[in-house]
Design a protein around this ligand. Structure first.
Ligand SMILES: Nc1ncnc2c1ncn2[C@@H]1O[C@H](COP(=O)(O)OP(=O)(O)OP(=O)(O)O)[C@@H](O)[C@H]1O
Length: 402
């Protein structure tokens, strides 16, 4: 049985003029890596929000790891979300917490013991290559580093599923390769990754499963897909290398099963985090997609349409994270401290680095953990389309051609 299964799912927002998702049927198996592509407004974020149970389907059935999300009572939603990590385009780090604290917080809010936190946080920071930057605040990080903190936070509980909404959207090409390397390594430990992206070069290089949405409908679902359908844009060289990658993928899946069978479940995320660290360490061995992506980026290839990446100067946000004001407002709305965030331990790493004593927002972490006190805020509305008009034209043209 598929890990994620959507059957005839339609989502109509209360004030939406047309369905954001329109009769979607989709199965995603354990251990898969799926790219969601499609023009701005095609429904990618909506699909991720349904899987996170931030939104509910208007019609249809969604099952995740056997849970029927229609029947999931509100009080069980926090528990459900603990098995899901979420990474946003704009990182959403807590601005007044250090790197170490941002990651530790994801575990604190679910009541993880301090001794476990102290052992897991360094491991996951090593996984994302941030050892040595534990004491930095978000504004002291580059965009790529901030996103790696966000991924560490989303992954530290070793979720079965990692959802990522444009995780490289604010990053330059080289930094994006590093982010994809980490996501790929996490996937190799058995975590299913579903990533919405507009990044053509990443999708074309990695040759994962590609699901394309257009006006809320699935118009394409390919096993080792490219950003554009191979039917319309054949590329013999990429196709040939993709065949090679198929062998690599099945080896990885076998390895992933072993890791899961080893007991790296919710109760003991340690083994999964260690496995991810090893996967990153061994990334050079057989990781064809990342090698292709790095080669493509470093050769200066810009993708089929010559504008794969928006100019770095225009897009980098350099890890600003969320503002203190925004954190305070969230905290007020959520009714104050989160369960488990108060502690009696003397370890100075748990203490805020400055005198600002903010009440913790109940959920502002990339890991979809929850204090049980309140549901998290839905992700911010999508950024204005960077390439939307052109993408839409292209997709419509494809539709007309069909
Ligand atoms: N909260 C909401 N209320 C009403 N309509 C919404 C809401 N959120 C999204 N929509 C609409 O649903 C459709 C799908 O939006 P969605 O954000 O899922 O697209 P997307 O593919 O993620 O876009 P992008 O690539 O720009 O992030 C759009 O028409 C959008 O305007």
């Amino acid at each position: 049985m598929a890990l994620i299964s959507l059957e005839d799912v339609t989502k109509i927002y209360p004030r939406g003029s047309r369905p954001a998702l329109d009769d979607i049927t989709l199965d995603i198996d354990r251990g898969e890596f799926v790219f969601l592509v499609g023009a701005s407004g095609s429904g990618k974020t909506t699909l991720l929000s349904l899987l996170l149970r931030e939104e509910q389907a208007t019609e249809g059935e969604i099952r995740v790891a056997g849970s029927d999300l229609r029947r999931l009572p509100a009080r069980q939603v926090p528990q459900y979300r603990r098995g899901i990590g979420f990474v946003f385009q704009d990182y959403k780090l807590l601005a007044n917490k250090t790197v170490w604290q941002n990651v530790a917080f994801a575990l604190e809010v679910i009541g993880t013991r301090r001794s476990t936190i102290k052992s897991l946080v360094p491991q996951v920071l090593q996984t994302v290559g941030l050892t040595g930057k534990e004491d930095r605040l978000p504004h002291e990080l580059s965009g790529g580093e901030a996103q790696r903190v966000a991924i560490a936070r989303a992954y530290v509980n070793h979720p079965r599923i990692l959802l990522a909404d444009e995780p490289t959207g604010n990053l330059d090409p080289t930094t994006s390769v590093g982010i994809m390397e980490v996501l790929e390594a996490i996937n190799r430990t058995g975590t299913t990754v579903v990533m919405a992206t507009h990044n053509e070069e990443i999708v074309n290089s990695m040759r994962k499963r590609v699901v394309e949405l257009h006006n809320g409908k699935i118009v394409r679902d390919e096993r080792q897909g490219s950003y554009d359908s191979a039917t319309y844009f054949p590329d013999a060289e990429v196709e040939a290398r993709a065949q090679q990658a198929i062998g690599v993928a099945s080896d990885a899946a076998r390895q992933a099963d072993l890791v899961r069978a080893d007991g790296a479940g919710d109760a003991s995320p340690t083994a999964g985090v260690i496995a991810a660290a090893e996967a990153v360490h061994n990334a050079g061995a057989g990781d064809e997609g990342i090698a292709r992506l790095a080669g493509s980026v470093h050769s200066g290839r810009k993708g089929r349409y010559g504008e794969t990446f928006v100019s770095v100067e225009d897009t980098l946000t350099w890890g600003k994270g969320i503002s203190l004001d925004s954190a305070k407002n969230r905290s007020a709305r959520n009714g104050g401290d989160a369960k488990g965030s108060k502690t009696a331990d003397d370890d100075s790493r748990f203490k805020a680095p400055n005198s600002v004593d903010l009440a913790e927002p109940a959920v502002d972490s990339g890991t979809a953990v929850d204090s049980g006190a309140a549901a998290p805020e839905p992700p911010a509305p999508p950024a204005p389309p960077r390439r939307g008009a052109r993408d839409t034209d292209k997709t419509v043209k494809k539709e007309n051609d069909r």
